[in-house]
Structures are given as structure tokens and as C-alpha cells.
Design a protein around this ligand. Structure first.
Ligand SMILES: Cc1ncc(COP(=O)(O)OP(=O)(O)O)c(N)n1
Ligand code: TZP
Ligand code: MG
Length: 222
């Protein structure tokens, strides 16, 4: 695909925190300026026209920054964007979101497709077999965005190294606790409120990146 997306910060949007188009686009642009590996469009509403409009705007924005845009849940929306020429758009599928193998067939070999694995290596193995590009584990901490997500122990991240795919950590992660999942082997650190719930997004994301780059995670309160 040409983009280096396999390590770093993975920001995920939320329709409550970012309720309208200007807020969404401005917040995503600031986060992109701070340095993201991936951006996910996650909107759980049933408003199809809004989702199509916002997804197109985000795809254009992400292309300008050389950052893949991942669409949550929605294979059809991802296909529509692909048909519009957005080759940097991918898909994230949970366990209830349709078969990964079907999505892989529809989208082709080059497209990023991520899979929710909770803390289960059997689900990770199946996702890897069906062509996942990354494996997502969590939630590792209390999450106000998705409080009902099953809890996970960071040791599943280390065990999942055997699949040879980028490992995403998600769920209640912020600047204070991200060292826990990073040290357990996470390649990508996914955050909703840890990014979009904050002020001054560009400097917030820059600060998170500095912490990620600092292997010791010590003495960095900047
Ligand atoms: C990177 C990443 N990991 C996990 C999820 C959760 O997906 P899912 O379990 O399908 O839950 P919803 O996000 O659809 O509510 C994710 N979206 N992204
Ligand atoms: C979508 C999702 N899946 C597991 S936890 C979660 C929510 C992540 O949001 P936050 O980073 O605000 O906890
Ligand atoms: Mg889902």
C-alpha cells in the first residue's frame, strides 16, 4: 500500500465526542497533524447518508496525510469508497460484523482488514487464517466508550506474537497507562477518548508519540 501503518497511534472517532462534520473533520485533521499510523471512522448510528458523507470527507483528508482510513463494521461503505478510487481505505470487523474471508474476497489482497480478537488466541488464529492484516485485543482498561467490551489481560498481546501480524491494543488506553500494553507487545495503540476526548489535539498526539518512542517510559511528563 505504500503507507507505513504497522506501528504507532491508532485514533478512532466517536459520534458522541465528535457530533457534527466540522468538529469531526477539524479534530481528525489536528490528530493527523500530530502523527497517526491509522485513523478509524467509527460511527454506530444508522444514518447512512451522514456516514457516507463523513467517510468520503475523512478518506480525502487521510489521503492528504498518507494515512490509511479504516471503516468500522461496514463492508459496503468500504467497497463504495474503494469504487471511488480511495485505495488507502480499509475495514475493521468485530466478531458480529460478518465473515472476514468474505470481506477479503470482496476487497482484495492489498486492503487493510483488522479483526477484533478480545483476548482469545483461537479467534486470532482464525482471523490470521482468513486474511486479517492486524489483530486487535482488548479492552485492557475501563472504557467509557465501550464499557461492556470483554476485559483482557495484556499477556495475550505477547502470546499473539506467534501470528506474525501487527497487534493492536484497545480499551481505556491513555498517556498514563499505554506503557503497559506497549511493553506487552502492542504495535499499535488504539484510543477513542484518550485522543478525541482531549484538548489541543495536535499537541496531545505529539505528546503521546513522544511517550511511545521513549522505550523506558520514564520521566516523561511533557
Ligand atoms: C482497532 C479496533 N479494535 C477493536 C474494535 C472493536 O470492534 P467490535 O468488537 O466490532 O466493536 P465496535 O467497535 O464495532 O463497537 C474496533 N472498532 N477497533
Ligand atoms: C471499540 C472498543 N472495543 C473495545 S474497547 C473499545 C472502546 C475504545 O475506546 P476508549 O479508547 O475510549 O476506551
Ligand atoms: Mg464492530
Amino acid at each position: 500500500m505504500g503507507f507505513r501503518w504497522t506501528q504507532g497511534l491508532y485514533a478512532i472517532t466517536d459520534e458522541t465526542l465528535l457530533p457534527d462534520d466540522p468538529t469531526l473533520l477539524s479534530a481528525c485533521e489536528q490528530a493527523l497533524q500530530g502523527g497517526l499510523a491509522l485513523l478509524q471512522y467509527r460511527d454506530k448510528s444508522a444514518d447512512g447518508p451522514k456516514r457516507w458523507r463523513q467517510a468520503q470527507a475523512l478518506a480525502a483528508l487521510c489521503r492528504g496525510y498518507g494515512v490509511p482510513l479504516i471503516i468500522n463494521d461496514d463492508l459496503e461503505l468500504t467497497c463504495r469508497l474503494q469504487q471511488k478510487g480511495h485505495r488507502h481505505v480499509g475495514l475493521h470487523l468485530g466478531q458480529e460484523d460478518g465473515a472476514l474471508s468474505d470481506a477479503r474476497k470482496r476487497l482484495g489482497e492489498q486492503v487493510i482488514i483488522g479483526a477484533t480478537c478480545h483476548d482469545r488466541l483461537d479467534l486470532a488464529e482464525q482471523a490470521a487464517r482468513e486474511g486479517a492484516s492486524y489483530l486487535a485485543f482488548g479492552r485492557f482498561f475501563t472504557s467509557s466508550t465501550k464499557p461492556g467490551a470483554p476485559p483482557a489481560d495484556p499477556c495475550c498481546l505477547r502470546k499473539a506474537a506467534r501470528f506474525g501480524l501487527p497487534r493492536v491494543a484497545i480499551g481505556g488506553i491513555n498517556g498514563e497507562n499505554m506503557s503497559v500494553v506497549k511493553e506487552a507487545g502492542a504495535d499499535l495503540i488504539a484510543m477513542v477518548s484518550g485522543i478525541f476526548g482531549q484538548e489541543n489535539l495536535k499537541s496531545c498526539v505529539e505528546r503521546l508519540n513522544r511517550r511511545l518512542d521513549n522505550r523506558t517510559f520514564a520521566n516523561d511528563h511533557g
